[in-house]
Design a protein. Structure first.
Lengths: 123, 123, 123, 123, 123, 123
């Protein structure tokens, strides 16, 4: 799929993310490294299942308007079986809570969903 | 239960909320009235159930640090059967996504939970 | 008028604001003092009239969810002849742009408007 | 005009916006579709004229630091006859209310204004 | 010192903070408990000294407009020997970066400083 | 060094910044021009030294998630002798205060640091 608007392609996003995460963790700052470990564990199954927690992460990322975070959780939500209709309902909560300033991020989230559909069907 | 810290009691919060909502809707501003109607419908069952949508509203409110919104969704989550353990997992997502500035709102959310427990056991 | 919800009365707000502004300016920090002077000049008439600029300040304060800033601009808007209907239209823009998290601040802004009406009719 | 810094050209922005709005509305999520309709109606003439409401939308977008929203309202403000001097006064309110973190968005807003001037004179 | 504006007294703030921190940690949510432990360690001496890190925490709290966080770091900064002039310079950075919406929080921070001075001289 | 992810190269950032700052100041809006002058003076030595103030600006920019502001302060911090270990400690404060939504900005800040290292060693 072609490069969307002013966002990097998913492949570029992933490569940059991997490379920089490695560089950050290699620095050995205790606080940062523990935070990264904690971040990963946050979405593990507990009283709530992983799918619900990923939806929570998705909506939190969208109302805080962090495109990279939204991309990450869109990918994870799909892996956990979130359907397009479920994702749009989560987006609708983010839109009403966060207002029209969420719309540009909603557009990019839906574009990512399409990019992932295209990758899945060509894969 | 006694009045918590610098937050109004739940009864005061509800009375103020009801009175002002009425005054706002009575003004007859079309946009505001439609927004209020839309806000209510956002949390109705659809592809996602009401409980999940209330959890989404709770986490969105907490990362955006809106105490009144958190109070509203804490009340609604309990009505939908969210357990204390489930609420704390939702809080943990909000805390990790939103950082330590979420902590004062977490304290007030947990205080509200206790205030509701006290009201339930005395009711 | 009685003290609203968890907000200070307008008289208390004004007294605290005046006292702290004096204490802050008396400290003599050059940057802070210049910022305060600049802030005052921002709303003076220029290419846009004062009323329009106060409406801009009101909406900016509401989407950023600063109750004290909203109170200040509500007072100033009234002094510049903004009507209740005009204020509600400004609020409607803030609500749609900023989302449902703006609602608690909208309630307090409308309560302030009523508090000022009561003071005007008793004055 | 050449592509500015890390922002898409106005033509790319518009094409992406149109395409994604269509895809979003075609999904048929009731809440999202009603929100989009409400968003459009928010800026219609009422107690305040359209020009004033677009200036409110512009300043709200700038203090919330949403470049796409700023671009949209810059285009609409020009259509409503907002002059460059008026736009800069609106920007000055956003800058003082929102602080120096608004500056990168101010730069991009002014670049958009120039891009629209260039398009107007070449059109 | 008398209760300031709409903020709780420092004694009330501390009592509520202690009580709720205990209740939160006693819940035993792994993520939340690790986050609290990490938060404490963040301000320990390393490449930067404790005083500098507390000033960083103070400015971060002020631009994010979290009064409880500001109160916490004001107390800690004083314990680390930050002078009133140094605190005002840190406030000036927060004010310029974050804009006039920081002013209400600046007023409350300066009121806290005075409350702590009064407690120190009466202690 | 190659162009990082979806950020402009440092040379492009600087050229755009310089060009737009000139265009903005040439407009002659009194408020904006005074704000720009005040912004520059904010980081001058006083009760706190320049290095500390730049670290404050860096952390404030990171928790407010402004990449251009972070880039500016990363450059200035290096000029003031901030080491990589000191910068990572400042980043750790921003990460814990601001939460996981800071991570994408942390990645870009560390990439900028590397870009500046590469420029320094090739210069």
């Amino acid at each position: 799929m072609t490069h969307e608007h002013d966002a990097a392609s998913l492949a570029d996003f992933r490569a940059f993310r991997e490379r920089m995460n490695t560089e950050i963790l290699d620095e050995g700052n205790l606080i940062i490294n523990r935070f990264f470990a904690l971040d990963t564990r946050t979405y593990e199954a507990g009283a709530l299942d992983v799918k619900t927690k990923e939806l929570l992460g998705l909506v939190a990322s969208m109302v805080l308007r962090c495109d990279d975070c939204v991309t990450y959780h869109v990918v994870r939500c799909r892996e956990e079986g979130v359907t397009r209709a479920e994702a749009f309902e989560a987006f609708s909560v983010a839109l009403v809570v966060g207002g029209s300033i969420v719309i540009p991020h909603l557009r990019r989230a839906v574009a990512r969903w399409g990019e992932l559909d295209a990758a899945a069907s060509s894969g």
